[in-house]
Design a protein. Sequence first.
Length: 195
Amino acid sequence: MRYVLASGSPRRKELLQKVIPEYEVIPAQGEENSDCIEPDKLVEELSFQKASEIFHKIFTNDTDRLVVIGADTVVSYNRRVLGKPKDRQDAVDMIKNLSGDTHAVYTGVTVYYTGEDGKEQSFTFSEETLVDVEKMSDEEIESYVATGEPDDKAGGYGVQGLFAIFIKGIRGDYYNVVGLPIARLYKEMKIHNLL
């Protein structure tokens, strides 16, 4: 089987190796569009768009069985989706909201593949993890944002980076917060005979 990750995220690349040791990386380039406001449905739709785009870009009839994995992660605070910060001030505002409170992280995953009969198939799921953040001072928030770590991360923080000292609890899959719920992905791929 030929496995492809439709994401350039270094964190997802590292995590996917725990499930599939050898795969290619071909990041999706399409515009991410969705009218969904529910975070779980949003990440499911965006992950489907990514996996479908790459599958249809590289599939040929003489290809081995092809398996393309797309994923999308968002942070949701009070059911409002927080994407990547537009600028440093946006990152400060996001983290002020999360400080001293609980928020949810959703990752949607789509696996788009050729079945044993050669026909294209897919399945999609999403995972939710709750994250509790310590109360942070304005100085701590400003200092964290100044590191630049929040710039390319949903919700303005990286759980595996410097922000870890402010995380007081995680309920659910830690790897889901990093960007790929690998236990669930492994289980679903086994069910569909893709491993």
